[in-house]
Design a protein. Structure first.
Length: 280
């Protein structure tokens, strides 16, 4: 009997050993050069320390890499990959859609359904870990706000808490994507940092910064929003200006700006004689 127990323990230890512990989780650095590449990977520009890429891409060498997964909604071209009963439906049986992105909301209204949705999302998390990413960004945490009251904030928090446990077991930090109204729940949901789109535009950066101790990466999509983000939080948070399609440099609509370039141009406009020779 003792021999059997010993063999069992040895086998279990061997199975568990490749999976990093939560202690191995590393948060993204604060106030770092950042690039948001979920629309397509490309060589990171000089000065970039943190980069976000889709889970189908590979991480950038020698940088802090965040892996994007659409955890609460189905990508437009992937809706058929989900079982029909895991797509959220209204009283008439119609799939509830995110009108801005034409994405079906996933049904996380019960523990059983959350568990089934998590199987697929956790597979993506495993891929991110295996590829060498440092963290994951589960998108559409706020999908419950677009569910016509079919989902609740508690449903969303329960699901992301489950994802956080799996991510930490794989040695990955996990970020809260937007959803500032739930930022104060981060200690209960076990989220590590925030990914905030247009937080300056909507006067939300301070709430994320307070909740996550400045471990916040910010994406602004307009020049006024970027100027505001840089002037108020440029010395604390990791901020980038991107085009809304987060396109690649070979696209005519590609935009990427940093606080350094934005503030330098502001100086040139304000003091044109003294601005000569300033790059960016």
């Amino acid at each position: 009997m003792l021999a059997v127990v010993a063999v069992t323990v040895t086998v279990l230890a061997a199975c568990d050993s490749p999976r990093p512990s939560a202690a191995a989780v590393r948060l993204p650095p604060v106030h770092a050069g950042f690039d948001y590449q979920i629309g397509g990977a490309y060589p990171p520009p000089p000065g970039v320390v943190v980069v976000t890429r889709d889970h189908t891409a590979s991480p950038a060498a020698s940088l802090y890499n965040i892996c994007y997964v659409n955890a609460f909604q189905a990508q437009p071209d992937a809706q058929r990959e989900w079982p029909a009963d895991l797509l959220l439906r209204d009283a008439d049986g119609r799939v509830v859609m995110d009108p801005d992105w034409n994405e079906a909301l996933l049904d996380i209204s019960t523990a059983a359904k959350r568990e089934r949705v998590a199987v697929k999302v956790n597979n993506w998390i495993d891929e991110c870990s295996d590829k060498g990413f440092n963290a994951i960004e589960p998108d559409n945490y706020d999908s419950y706000t677009r569910s016509n009251n079919l989902l609740t904030a508690d449903d969303a928090k329960a699901f992301i808490t489950s994802l956080a446990g799996h991510a930490h077991a794989r040695g990955l930090a996990i970020g809260q994507k937007n959803t500032v109204e739930l930022a104060d729940s981060r200690s209960r949901t076990n989220l590590d940092f925030a990914v905030a789109e247009e937080c300056a535009e909507h006067d939300e950066c301070g709430r994320y910064a307070s909740a996550f101790d400045d471990h916040v990466v910010v994406i602004e999509y307009t020049d006024p929003g970027m100027r505001k983000a840089c002037s108020t939080f440029g010395s604390r948070l990791s901020i980038v200006r991107r085009d809304r399609d987060v396109s690649t440099p070979d696209d005519k609509n590609y935009v990427r700006k940093t606080c350094q370039s934005v503030l330098q141009k502001a100086v040139i406009r304000a003091f044109p004689l003294y601005g000569w020779g300033i790059g960016g």
